[in-house]
Design a protein around this ligand. Structure first.
Ligand code: SF4
Length: 67
């Protein structure tokens, strides 16, 4: 799996970092906008990643299940 975030559309809601904190960060020094700890998270993270994608209010998170 490969995860990508569109930094142009993130509205810093903080949902992703709350749902999948091992992969998404919403750092204060970045204004709460999303950053990734990895583009290729390990399989145990995948369910949380899918939830985070579904609950992102600006459709900023993309998942390539084959990547
Ligand atoms: S859930 Fe979406 S809009 Fe909110 S911080 Fe994460 S990527 Fe940005």
């Amino acid at each position: 799996m490969r995860v990508v975030a569109n930094y142009d559309t993130c509205i810093a809601s903080g949902n992703c970092g709350h749902i999948a904190p091992n992969v998404f960060r919403n750092l204060d020094e970045h204004g709460g906008f999303v950053s990734l700890t990895t583009e290729h998270p390990p399989e145990p993270e995948w369910p949380a990643l899918r939830r985070a994608k579904g609950l992102c209010p600006s459709a900023t998170i993309f998942i390539d299940e084959t990547g």
